[in-house]
Design a protein around this ligand. Structure first.
Ligand code: PLP
Length: 481
């Protein structure tokens, strides 16, 4: 072994090598220069059509079924605009279901990926890892601890795995309790256990039901009105929760809560409702497990528990999607025994470098609060939908159990045209895609149009441009019947 004294590791010297620094600056600069040429929606390049169709067919052959959307991205974009592999450019209002929150070709993301490419390996795991994984965990915990008791974090590769780890931590702490409480319309991922808890029959066809779940209603303005007001709705919900607890004494390990529901329809609750249920959980030694895999970062607060000022109640918490790296956070009391949580992978280098860049961006900007940038975007979104409603009232008939036809919070945006009819909402997504806006649906009936835009990259002047295409697409759906 050489006895030569080094002031920095060889790896650090490589990272700081002036030629390497210059190369990364060049990549970031050139990405920006090419990205700047993407300025508007455009149709696909006919010369690329054959090869694009062939790519779609090859992708479908690999998967065993055609892709839901005929989308293959090309690798470059500009903010909320993304270039597809056929050269077409679209407004990306769904961002891989909430993943690309910084938009396309954001310089901080390009740089973080280039930094990650300097690593000797691409994957990190529980046995061998660079510090990048823990640096990401430290940042996340520091932000989480501003308003919660969350103390530790376990990093993993998907939202479903983060939820699996959360469930294991709850089961272990409350063994032998084996039941789970969940909200109606919840979604938690696609593992064997999570698809059983998720309230969607289609997501668990043929899967044996081995997890015992008791469902509670979520907050719904129309239901509140029907039962005679908020207090009655909350009292009834508490009574119902207590009934489950009395029916199965000591058998509930946790109550899994999306504080703003994602797949279930971008449903927002009230503090009093959630707090009342959390109080019952505390009184009965049931873990409060907050799944923010879809809502984290997007509401008018960084954490949805901050939106409702409920951080003190949260025992276990999950995050994923926009954070790139996924994680389960828990309080000291829920820190599991050794051996319960592990796995080969925690993530790629770029999951952690990009995830850290995202957390830095969110922590630094004036995004949050009722006057923050995200709230302003949300207000503009609602203004645009209101414009559609005013111009085309016939596109907005009432929808069952949907008091307002526009809703959500912050960067979780929904509107409900065509009475929330599944076929028409599906058709609108397809037509809008052809016209140049990528949308998606949410809810289980009524169905809504859902937007998860790249909030950090959205400009206020983008909204009329997006909605001009949405309007044209809706006109097509309305006229085609
Ligand atoms: C609230 C919620 N939990 C969990 C998941 C599962 O995450 P993943 O698809 O990364 O496994 C999702 C995904 O949509 C989600 O919205």
């Amino acid at each position: 072994m050489s006895s030569e004294t080094m002031t920095a590791t060889q790896a650090e010297q490589f990272r700081q090598d002036p030629a390497v620094r210059a190369a990364i600056d060049t990549i970031v600069d050139r990405a920006a220069a090419h990205s700047a040429k993407i300025t508007d929606v455009r149709a696909g390049n006919p010369d690329l059509k054959v090869s694009y169709d062939e790519l779609m067919e090859r992708a479908a052959a690999v998967k065993g079924r055609g892709l839901l959307y005929p989308t293959l991205s090309g690798g470059l974009g500009n903010g909320a605009l993304v270039e597809m592999a056929d050269g077409s450019v679209k407004w990306d209002m769904i961002t891989g279901i909430g993943v690309h929150f910084m938009g396309h070709s954001h310089p901080a993301v390009v740089r973080a990926q280039a930094e990650a490419a300097l690593d000797d390996t691409t994957k990190h795991g529980n046995l061998q890892s660079s510090f990048a994984a823990y640096e990401f965990g430290e940042k996340l915990l520091k932000l989480a601890q501003r308003n919660s008791r969350l103390k530790h974090a376990f990093m993993t590769t998907s939202g479903a795995m983060a939820n699996e780890s959360a469930l294991k931590a709850c089961y272990q702490k409350h063994a032998p309790a084996s039941r789970v409480l969940a909200f109606k319309h919840c979604f938690m991922g696609r593992s064997v256990t999570m698809c059983q808890i998720g309230d969607s029959a289609g997501g668990r066809q043929g899967i044996p039901l081995t997890t015992q779940v008791d469902y509670m209603p979520f907050w719904n303005e129309q239901a509140v009105e029907e039962v005679g007001g908020a207090t009655r709705f909350i009292d009834h919900s508490v009574w119902r929760l207590q009934q489950y607890i009395d029916r199965y004494p000591g058998m509930h390990a946790c109550f899994i809560m999306e504080l703003v529901q994602g797949e279930g329809g971008f449903n927002v609750a009230t503090r009093d409702f959630l707090r009342a249920l959390m109080e019952v959980c505390k009184a009965n030694n049931i873990a409060v497990w907050d799944d923010e895999i879809q809502s984290f970062g997007r509401t008018e607060s960084m954490f949805a528990y901050e939106l409702y000022d409920l951080g003190e109640y949260v025992d276990v918490f999950c995050v994923g999607k926009m954070t790139q790296a996924c994680a389960t956070l828990y309080t000291e009391e829920y820190n599991p025994k050794p051996g319960l949580l592990s796995g080969t992978f925690t993530g790629n280098s770029s999951d952690f470098t990009v995830g850290s860049a995202l957390l830095d961006t969110l922590a630094d900007g004036d995004w949050y609060g009722s006057g923050g940038v995200f709230a302003q975007h949300h207000a503009e979104f609602r203004r645009q939908v209101q414009g559609l409603m005013d111009r085309h009232p016939d596109w907005f008939p009432p929808a069952t159990f949907c008091k307002e036809l526009v809703g959500g919070v912050g960067g979780m945006m929904k509107f409900t045209p065509f009475g929330g009819d599944k076929a028409k909402i599906g058709k609108l997504c397809k037509v809008a895609y052809e016209e140049g806006v990528i949308l998606f649906s949410c809810g289980h009936g009524p169905f809504h149009i859902r937007m998860l835009p790249p909030m950090v990259a959205m400009k206020m002047e983008d909204w009329p441009r997006v909605f001009e295409i949405v309007e044209r697409s809706m006109a097509r759906v309305a006229s085609e019947g």
